[in-house]
Design a protein around this ligand. Sequence first.
Ligand SMILES: Cc1cc2nc3c(=O)[nH]c(=O)nc-3n(C[C@H](O)[C@H](O)[C@H](O)COP(=O)(O)O)c2cc1C
Length: 412
Amino acid sequence: MANEKLRAAEFEGTPKRHFYTGRRVTRARSIEDLRARAHKLMPRFVLEYLEGGSGQEATLRREREAFAEWRVMPHTLVDESNRDCSADILGRKAALPLAIAPTGLNGIFRRHGDIALAKAAAQGGVPFIQSTMSNDPMERVARIPGLRHWWQLYVFGPDEIWQELVARADKAGCEALVLTTDAQIFGQRQWDKRGRTEIGLPRIPNLLNAASHVRWLATTLSGGLPQFSNVRDFVPKDRRSFFDTANWIREQMPRSLSWGDVEKIRQRWKKPLFLKGLINLDDVERALGSGADGIILGTHGGRQADWSVSALDILPRAREIVGDDKALYMSGGIRWGSDIIKARTLGADVVLSGRAMLYGLCAYGTDGVSRALEILEAEVLNEMGQYGVPNLQSLSRDLLVPTRDLPLTEKA
Ligand SMILES: Cc1cc2nc3c(=O)[nH]c(=O)nc-3n(C[C@H](O)[C@H](O)[C@H](O)COP(=O)(O)O)c2cc1C
């Protein structure tokens, strides 16, 4: 987050602000503390994978800038004694309008990272979306008590593969299917690639750097490299090394994935179906007749198309198009409670959070993810109090003003 505009107000002189990076999870006060500790503990190649965007990282930057372009005009003299930030997600109450986003290779952040994320989601009362490229078997994740378990589908190889994954997700009790549509051609993540060999192995300086991160070695690699448990059997035996499996799967992703495939998947999957990675308003309109139950706007965390608009940028227009007919979610750039409030106000039913949760995972495992959820929930509740909004239903557009309209000179 190099952009100065986005930094906490840090005026010339003292005191110099520092983040907490120590061992006591309860002392982490913001997602930025968790991030700072993740940066302290993770080796370089892991951080490149976690933080990197594609190309010039213009999309990645936009994800945060877009939030900074909205200011709040708080209401006052509103009864704030009983604030409530719970939300309806697929007809059931969730603690927050948030789901943990699907992220692949979680085992490289922490051994059994998927299980850690899922446990924290179950404890925190929000859904967990497990990635096709996850490391823990979906059936094991599904056994976590109280979990709202969703499955994210990447289409690769022949149709039988997605058909089998969808059948397994159904049998494991997954509540919803999220079809990712924006990654059939892998993004140009140069920072990540620069540090790796052709088959994806970290280069020697990165291996040495990893070897010097003893706490990461202990918490992550003590049982050896993680496996892509859910897809490994589809991969040819000579391509099953940890680093090569991901390459092989990317090679097998059909570049021709289309609305016709959405229809085919819709026919097989009877529970709620979401399309993830839409960022063009024509596509949003097209999705209305696709049979999908919901749309997740987003840019894959700035990791695919460069120079893209962010989900927040198109949210109000997307909501106008979708109306109340379908669920409209967004992903990208959520780091603060105020981000969630802005996204809800601009039209999102639910936000997906990727890196904020992963910072917690890298920093303290399950406890860190729980802390990330607690922090966001506490921030939303506090900020709702500051903004004069007792519950999410009371959010209305007059709360927000785009910075380009400031100072307000004309009657709106
Ligand atoms: C490390 C990492 C791995 C990801 N892996 C996947 C994935 O396997 N499937 C998917 O649909 N999206 C994936 N994404 C995108 C996230 O689901 C989500 O859209 C994005 O992280 C949101 O932005 P945020 O990180 O700013 O919250 C990944 C993102 C990150 C940071």
